[in-house]
Design a protein around this ligand. Structure first.
Ligand code: ZN
Length: 147
């Protein structure tokens, strides 16, 4: 059964790159706050030398973290922008590949990344009315902040 649905229309596609050393989530959330972006989806490619990927234990309702240090390609990084506590919140997952072409993936943890280079696209969405905002709230069944 579907729990939450809001209707959006495409607005603007923002494309840019992050500075060397930047954190992905913190940079994109700051950009969205600056531009007034409240909803959208994100796609990002590039390379990084530090990141923490996370795994959510569904029974313990707890994230477990795997810090990675070294040279990694960002094979894929995608997710969405919505509101949490009234501010833009980026929920991103990432797949990285190492020098052996092996992949690592998970939920991207904020404030843990140092990009080597990263190109992003943010597909900004607008609701039909102000009440069409998509906000995250605590969900008892999962322990997560969900729409
Ligand atoms: Zn996640």
């Amino acid at each position: 059964m579907i729990k939450t649905v809001k209707a959006f229309k495409p607005e603007t596609v923002w494309m840019g790159r992050l500075e060397k050393g930047a954190d992905i989530i913190n940079s994109l959330e700051a950009f969205c706050a600056e531009k007034g972006i409240k909803a959208g989806w994100v796609n990002l490619l590039g390379a990084l030398d530090r990141a923490t990927i996370s795994y959510y234990d569904q029974e313990k309702h707890q994230y477990f973290h795997r810090p990675l240090h070294g040279e990694y390609e960002i094979v894929s990084c995608g997710g969405n922008i919505s509101l949490k506590d009234g501010k833009p919140f980026a929920h991103l997952h990432i797949v990285l590949s190492d020098a052996e072409y092996q992949a690592w993936g998970g939920h991207l943890w904020p404030g843990t990344v140092s990009v080597f280079a990263a190109e992003f696209s943010i597909f900004e969405l607008k609701g039909e009315t102000a009440s069409d905002e998509l906000s995250r709230c605590p969900d008892a069944a999962t322990g997560l902040a969900l729409w």
